[in-house]
Design a protein. Structure first.
Length: 169
């Protein structure tokens, strides 16, 4: 009998969590205002997330069956001590730092400008910095954050945080 891979175990845990979210979505009270019920958005997102988790589970099972007993995962050596820990977790530390900088500057920049800067900074950090890539990262940041901001602001009528620097945005 073979053991399940880490991906299979993680996908099962995620599916269990999605099951809890689906159950919780059906516990949201509907005030019967004649509009879209309050649970519609959480339920929709939860079902999409569940679909992604099912795909992840199926891919992990297929990968488990394709794996031979001789396959071993490459071992990433980590240097001992605090410096080794920092080097090993450098990317997540920087990404979380950028996110916390986004949260700290949200009252000043607002959602649209702050979100665009966050996406641009993350893409540039993780994807590299060349003149061509900077243009691509800027386009992706402006289009993706702008589209989400417009969807929430105009389509769903959600009040997103506005900044002090540009209060109209």
């Amino acid at each position: 009998m073979t053991t399940a891979s880490r991906d299979t175990v993680v996908s099962i845990v995620l599916l269990l969590f999605c099951g809890f979210l689906i159950w919780a979505g059906y516990q949201i009270r509907d005030p019967q205002f004649g509009e879209l019920p309050p649970a519609a958005w959480p339920k929709g997102v939860t079902w999409v997330l569940t679909g992604f988790c099912v795909v992840y589970f199926v891919q992990s099972i297929i990968a488990d069956r394709a794996r031979t007993p001789d396959d071993t995962a490459p071992v990433v050596d980590r240097a001992p001590g605090l410096i080794g820990w920092f080097r090993y977790y450098f990317n997540p530390i920087i990404c979380l730092s950028l996110y916390f900088a986004f949260l700290a500057t949200l009252p000043y920049f607002g959602t649209l400008i702050g979100g665009t800067l966050l996406v641009f900074a993350l893409l540039s950090f993780l994807g590299g910095v060349t003149p061509r890539l900077l243009v691509i990262h800027a386009l992706i940041a402006v289009i993706s954050v702008g589209a989400m901001w417009a969807l929430f602001t105009f389509g769903l009528r959600v009040l997103l945080p506005r900044g002090e620097i540009f209060p109209g945005i």
